[in-house]
Ligand binder design. Structure first.
Ligand code: ZN
Length: 311
């Protein structure tokens, strides 16, 4: 077939477009064979399904898929947006480096679809230098990350957005994002930070054992298995108990350690216990909590929630 199944590449598409197929009697048979095969080929069906799914997604909730004209219409009627943020960092030998931003993106886009609130493209890099000894990790300085996120939020403010829900997929970003929220609240924008592992606080311990819940463990692996099964290599998943390096004394909150100090694989805990079913449960709870939150924030007046002047 020489790759001519695609109508875009087909030498017959030009003639077909102009109704000239009859002009090529010698090729007619082949032409109809090709058209028939295209009509019923898996690729064709996948393309048609893809187009209709894309039609679904392009209901104006994804900023990267709409034009400035549509954006103008959205921003003239709405003062809220969703910004997914994550990282590109090691998640053990079995999970993709994009785990944190891919999960944040999936949750944010699903909730955008359910609420009609505009969702931005995910910010894929975060504060990850503590994972840098594992290859492929991209690490942004906290001050650069804060400024970058701030500029994204201020761009939205320029178009009248007063409420931004950040969907964060990486714990290392949290303190920087809260700094941004505090700073922007003074500048007239209410920024709040949602994290799936906090949203499902009551439920997650019922789904996952305490040794399954660490970085790259069963929680994140299960979400990946549900959302992106083709990206997980479960035959490489393992159970690694992090090393005890400094005495466990109440009150000590950290000592600047890197992940490599605690684990050889980058996994904290048991990743082998992950399953699609567990991932589906965690996903559904996270999506419903985030939907509930976004719907509630939609109805609030940002002016009532901004920084107060001196008393
Ligand atoms: Zn993670």
């Amino acid at each position: 077939m020489k790759g001519c199944i695609s109508s875009e590449n087909s030498p017959f598409s030009f003639s077909a477009h102009f109704g000239m197929s009859y002009a090529f009697p010698d090729f007619l048979c082949t032409f109809y064979d090709l058209r028939f095969m295209e009509l019923f080929s898996i690729e064709y069906i996948k393309r048609m399904i893809g187009k209709s799914l894309m039609g679904e997604c392009m209901k104006k909730e994804l900023l990267q898929e709409i034009s400035w004209v549509d954006a103008k219409e959205y921003f003239s009627k709405n003062d809220i947006a969703i910004l997914p943020v994550g990282s590109t960092e090691q998640h053990g030998p079995h999970n993709p480096l994009g785990t944190d931003h891919l999960i944040a993106k999936a949750l944010a886009e699903e909730v955008a679809k359910r609420t009609g609130v505009l969702c931005l493209p995910v910010i894929p890099f975060g504060v990850s230098s503590h994972h840098r000894q594992f290859w492929g990790t991209i690490f942004i300085q906290p001050k650069v990350f804060r400024e970058y996120v701030k500029d994204v939020c201020l761009s939205l403010k320029y178009y009248g957005v007063k409420k931004i829900v950040i969907v964060n997929g990486h714990g290392g970003n949290t303190s920087s994002l809260l700094d941004v929220a505090r700073e922007l609240r003074k500048q007239g924008v209410l920024v709040s930070v949602f994290q799936w592992w906090n949203a499902t606080g009551e439920l997650l311990p019922k789904i996952f054992g305490s040794d399954e819940r660490g970085h790259a463990g069963s929680e994140e692996t299960s979400l990946n298995l549900f959302l992106y099964p083709e990206l997980v290599k479960m035959d490489r998943a393992l159970n690694e108990k992090p090393r005890d390096l400094i005495p466990k004394v109440g009150g000590v909150v950290g000592w600047g350690a890197d992940t490599i100090d605690y684990t050889n694989s980058g996994v904290f805990g048991d990743a082998t216990a992950a399953s699609v079913e567990k991932g589906k449960k965690a996903y559904e709870v996270a999506v419903s909590e985030l939907t509930r939150y976004v719907e509630a924030i939609k109805g609030l007046k940002a002016e009532n929630l901004l920084s107060k002047p001196p008393v």
